[in-house]
Design a binder for this molecule. Sequence first.
Ligand SMILES: NC(=O)C1=CN([C@@H]2O[C@H](COP(=O)(O)OP(=O)(O)OC[C@H]3O[C@@H](n4cnc5c(N)ncnc54)[C@H](OP(=O)(O)O)[C@@H]3O)[C@@H](O)[C@H]2O)C=CC1
Ligand SMILES: CC(C)(CO)C(=O)C(=O)O
Length: 294
Amino acid sequence: MSNGTWLILGPGALGRLLAAHLSGHVPLAVIGRQASEQPFMQSTPEGGSRIRYVPRITVEQAPERPRMVHLTTKTYAANEALEHLAQRIADDTPIVLWQNGFQIQEPITRRWRGPVLCATTSEGAYTVGSDSVVHAGHGHTYIGHLDGRYYDLAEHVATTLTVADLSTEPCHDIRRRLWHKLAVNAAINPLVSRYRILNGQLRDRPFRPMVDAIIDDLVTLMAAEGIDAPDIGWPRQVWNVIEATANNRASMLQDVIAGRPTERDAILGPLIDAAKRHRIDTPALTALYQNTPG
Ligand SMILES: NC(=O)C1=CN([C@@H]2O[C@H](COP(=O)(O)OP(=O)(O)OC[C@H]3O[C@@H](n4cnc5c(N)ncnc54)[C@H](OP(=O)(O)O)[C@@H]3O)[C@@H](O)[C@H]2O)C=CC1
Ligand SMILES: CC(C)(CO)C(=O)C(=O)O
């Protein structure tokens, strides 16, 4: 494995999707808990399929000077995975964090010596078995540094991903974009996972007023936190995503059904913390947190 390689740490849905697309564009390896000789199989949203041979290695086989690391574990696994890899690679290696929510982005950005970029994506993917990924729907990705630094690096990563057919743009306001995604996820994921429904069912009773109550909490909280509202306003932002993903089984629902931990703390945790910080009563969000498994 040569220096200059792009490493993807976490061979799950997003990791496999990135690997399948970046294969052939950059020197690449995927780090998992175990090495594997198997290729990745990708189903495309258009119904096609691709096979991609990408080196699948363990941390111990990683090059000491990779070009960058894309961290694609779930939030709750991110610190441990990165700490393990950090024992092996140069501590100024650029990192791209792909996690939803806003839990690990700030601490890792502050403590890692090299550049840390955050990505937020509306691509949709899920795994099948240990080698396949279904790319369920095309989306768009934004990449940037929390303080707006390293724009050239963000531009380079975005251009490479876009050439590899994953539409991506660099941005100066990734913090705002991460909070926007978090807010939408908070309005959808905990409810659909609790009631085991498709996203679109939130449009019907008894769920619709529950979503509206969450949006009310979000509006107050986001204003207090200084996060600009989307141009179309919070209610339309949330309801548009529900409409556009009506047939989705949301990621948190998939986790609950599979008996996996959820990303509750990454998505609802920052909102509950902000409510405490600003001394704002957010009854709908508090109830959601209490009723969602971690
Ligand atoms: N899937 C999607 O469409 C989207 C996902 N995201 C975000 O991306 C992140 C990843 O999601 P997703 O790909 O769906 O999650 P997955 O659970 O499918 O993938 C995570 C992968 O990381 C692996 N992993 C965990 N810890 C380690 C470790 N220490 N060393 C090596 N591998 C490790 C897991 O292995 P194991 O199973 O053995 O633990 C698993 O293969 C999440 O934060 C999610 O919110 C954002 C937008 C879209
Ligand atoms: C927007 C939403 C809720 C779409 O399903 C999503 O991002 C998820 O499933 O986590």
